[in-house]
Design a protein around this ligand. Structure first.
Ligand code: NDP
Length: 280
């Protein structure tokens, strides 16, 4: 039996994650753990919605009495166009959490990422090296600049890193951001991998420093074991993290946004580690 639905075949429910592909999503399990912890009679489904169909899918889900959805690849920019949002979130250009009835949205990815970074005691003012300039990098780079981090950007296609740096500088006055043609972790507190290279187990062209630099190698992707990026960092004696804590934290913030209740993070975290399949 499928554990996901096409949007036209969706059953009635309360919450859902929408994206394409969606079969691999761990979000239903994470939210189910939160509902179970509170004894809430709520449901959360994974529903496939292709690019260009978000508006129609949301109208259909509203008729089925859904209250809210998370959106993931490739719908975060469409969600931004669909919903109203706070000015704080408007700079990200992408939303991942929507209230269907009020047509209001928020971005819980960026605060989730920033809070996991604080967990490693990396504070504003530190130099952060971001690898990648795709959809998730766009929002994270703006969030990092907004929080006062200094930024070094690298992307395989350099013109996209240039565009992202320029966009960020326009949005965040005083942003300190440089683009580099080659990965260069010198003086950096953290190296953040936002590329999708880990999903195909490819190594990135990184001149890894020695463990003495105390660099954090943080991959926002995750697989069942260590990602390739984490393996490479570990082989150089560096501390490393993957994207599971960020995934759980964005879910926790969405749960609170929708229900007004404190998120049972321990239960939610346990659920993400039980899931047998990789990716979001
Ligand atoms: P995009 O497709 O928008 O961007 C992909 C980026 O990866 C581009 O910068 C691309 O470079 C780069 N890239 C892809 N393959 C390679 C490679 N072999 N070598 C070097 N660079 C490469 O993806 P997203 O930004 O939406 O997602 C990126 C990752 O983040 C995914 O793994 C996703 O699972 C993860 N993610 C995790 C979240 C979490 O909660 N933990 C939340 C959101 C995303 P180029 O421009 O040259 O093509």
């Amino acid at each position: 039996m499928n554990n996901w639905f096409e949007w036209r075949d969706a059953p009635p429910g309360d919450f859902a994650v929408l994206g394409d592909p969606i079969h691999h999503s761990r979000s239903p399990r994470i939210h189910a753990a939160a509902y179970a912890a509170y004894g809430l009679p709520l449901t959360y489904h994974a529903i496939r919605v292709p690019t260009g169909e978000l508006e129609a899918a949301l109208a259909h889900l509203e008729s089925l009495r859904y209250r809210g959805v998370n959106v993931t690849l490739p719908l975060k920019e469409e969600a931004f166009a669909w919903a109203e949002t706070e000015p704080r979130d408007a700079v990200y250009g992408a939303l991942n959490t929507l209230d269907i009835r009020t047509r209001f949205g928020t971005n819980t990815d960026v605060p989730a990422f920033l809070s996991t970074l604080r967990g490693f005691e990396i504070e504003p003012g530190a130099l952060i090296h971001v690898l990648g300039a795709g959809g998730s990098a766009k929002a994270l780079v703006v969030g990092l600049a907004q929080s006062g981090f200094r930024l070094r950007l690298w992307n395989r296609t350099q013109s996209k890193a240039d565009d992202l740096a320029q966009r960020t500088a326009e949005l965040i006055p005083g942003a300190r951001i440089e683009v580099v043609a080659e990965v260069s972790p010198t003086y950096c507190a953290a190296l953040i991998n936002t590329t999708s290279a880990s999903l195909s187990a490819e190594s990135l062209p990184i001149p890894w420093p020695s463990a003495a630099q105390n660099l954090l190698a943080y991959d926002i992707a995750y697989t069942d074991g260590l990602t390739r990026f984490q393996q490479d960092a570990a082989s150089h004696g560096l501390r490393h993290a993957d994207g599971r804590a960020m995934l759980v934290e964005q879910a926790a913030l969405a749960f609170t946004w929708w229900t007004g209740k404190e998120a049972p993070r321990t239960d939610m975290l346990a659920a993400v580690y039980e899931h047998p399949h990789p990716h979001t």
